[in-house]
Write a protein that binds this ligand. Structure first.
Ligand code: UD2
Length: 321
C-alpha cells in the first residue's frame, strides 16, 4: 500500500485515478478548489479518501496536503486552450503559481515522486508527425506555455532538490466523468452531449483537424506505471501518453453520431484561435521505458464514453421524476 496525493481529485482524470487507487487498496488524499471539479465524481468514495477543498496556491494548505505522502499525481489545472487565450492571467496564476507552490511543499515534505499531467500542446504546430519527446517544443497558446513551463519546473526541482519528477504529456484524454457543461469542455464530451440533446454540434474549421484521442484508462495506467518505474528510467523525463493513432473531427463526429443514431449534419465554424492542426503521439519511449501500452482504442473508448453520458442522463431523469 502506498500513500498518494491527487491534485484536482474532483476533476475528470483526478477522480478516475482516485477510484482506481482506492480499489487497489492505497491510501488517497485529494485536493481540489472545486473551480472546475465536481464532487459528484467522487461519489462512492465517501470516507475512503481524505478530501480537502483547497487551492494549489494556498501555501499552508499545500504543506499540510503533502505531509506523509509518497507520490503526488498532479492533475489540477485550469485546462483549455481557448480559456487561456481568453484569460491568460487567471490560467497562468492557477497553473504556474499553483504548481510552484505545490512543488515547494512537496520538496519540504520529502515526497518521493511527483507525476505531472503535461500536455501535447507543448509541441505546437510542427509539421512532423508523430510527435516525439526529442522535438523542440513550440507552444502556441498561453495554456501550452503554462503546461510546458511547469514541466521545466518539475525538472528543475528534480535537478536542484532531488524531488523525483515525471512528466506525462497527455494527448487529448477523454472518457467517463469528463465535464461537458462548459464552453471549454473537451470535444468528445461536447459533441456527445449536444447530440444527446438533439442539438447539432459545431466543428471548428473544416473537420480535417486531427487528434490522438486517448481513453482515460490509458492515462490512469500511465500514471501508475510512472510511479512504479525505476528512478533511473523515469525521473526528470518527459513521456508522451497517447495511442499512436489519430482521428479527424469529422471521424469523431460520425462515430458519435453512429453510436447515438443522430442524423444531423455538422455545422462548420471558424477554426479556433491557438488550435493545433494535427496531433499524433509517438509512444515508443513510454512503451519501452515505462512498459506503457494503450489498452483501450478509439472505437471501444468512444462507445464506453457515449454509454456513460447516456446512463448519467437516464439517472438524472429518473431522479427528477
Ligand atoms: C489540448 C491538448 C490536450 C489537453 C487539452 C486540455 C493539443 C493537441 N491537445 O486539447 O492534450 O492538454 O488541451 O484542455 O493541444 N472543437 C470543435 N468543436 C467544439 C470543441 C472543440 O470543433 O465544440 C475542436 C477544437 O477546435 C480542436 C479539437 O476539437 O480542434 C479538440 O479540442 P479540445 O478542446 O477537445 O482539445 P484540444 O485539442 O484543445
Amino acid at each position: 500500500m502506498s500513500r498518494y496525493l491527487i491534485t484536482g481529485i474532483a476533476g475528470f482524470i483526478g477522480s478516475t485515478l482516485a477510484h482506481t487507487l482506492v480499489e487497489q487498496g492505497h491510501e488517497v488524499r485529494g485536493i481540489d478548489n472545486l473551480s472546475t471539479g465536481n464532487l459528484d465524481n467522487l461519489s462512492g468514495l465517501g470516507n475512503r479518501i481524505d478530501f480537502r477543498q483547497v487551492d494549489l496556491q494556498d501555501v499552508a494548505g499545500m504543506q499540510s496536503a503533502c505531509e506523509g505522502m509518497e507520490f503526488i499525481l498532479h492533475q489540477a489545472a485550469l485546462a483549455s486552450v481557448p480559456r487561456s487565450v481568453k484569460d491568460p492571467l487567471s490560467s497562468h496564476q492557477s497553473n504556474l503559481n499553483g504548481t510552484l507552490t505545490l512543488l515547494i511543499a512537496a520538496r519540504d515534505a520529502g515526497v518521493r515522486r511527483i507525476v505531472y499531467a503535461a500536455s501535447s500542446s507543448a509541441y505546437g504546430d510542427q509539421p512532423t508527425q508523430p510527435k516525439h519527446e526529442e522535438m523542440p517544443p513550440l507552444p502556441l497558446s498561453p495554456y501550452a506555455v503554462q503546461k510546458l513551463a511547469c514541466e521545466y519546473y518539475l525538472q528543475a526541482f528534480y535537478r536542484s532538490y532531488g524531488l523525483e519528477a515525471v512528466c506525462l504529456r497527455y494527448f487529448n484524454i477523454y472518457g467517463p466523468r469528463q465535464a461537458a457543461d462548459s464552453p471549454y469542455s473537451g470535444v468528445i464530451a461536447k459533441f456527445t452531449t449536444s447530440m444527446m440533446a438533439g442539438e447539432t454540434p459545431t466543428i471548428f474549421g473544416d473537420g480535417m483537424t486531427s487528434r490522438d484521442f486517448t481513453y482515460i484508462d490509458n492515462a490512469v495506467s500511465a500514471n501508475l506505471l510512472a510511479c512504479q518505474a525505476p528512478s533511473s528510467v523515469a525521473t526528470g523525463r518527459v513521456f508522451n501518453i497517447g495511442t499512436g493513432e489519430s482521428h479527424t473531427l469529422n471521424e469523431v463526429y460520425a462515430a458519435i453520431a453512429s453510436v447515438l443514431g443522430f442524423s444531423g449534419k455538422p455545422i462548420y465554424g471558424f477554426p479556433r484561435a491557438g488550435d493545433i492542426r494535427h496531433s499524433l503521439a509517438d509512444i515508443s519511449r513510454a512503451t519501452k521505458e515505462l512498459d506503457y501500452q494503450p489498452m483501450v482504442h478509439f472505437r471501444n473508448g468512444l462507445q464506453k464514453t457515449v454509454a456513460w453520458y447516456v446512463s448519467e442522463k437516464e439517472k438524472k431523469e429518473a431522479a427528477a421524476l
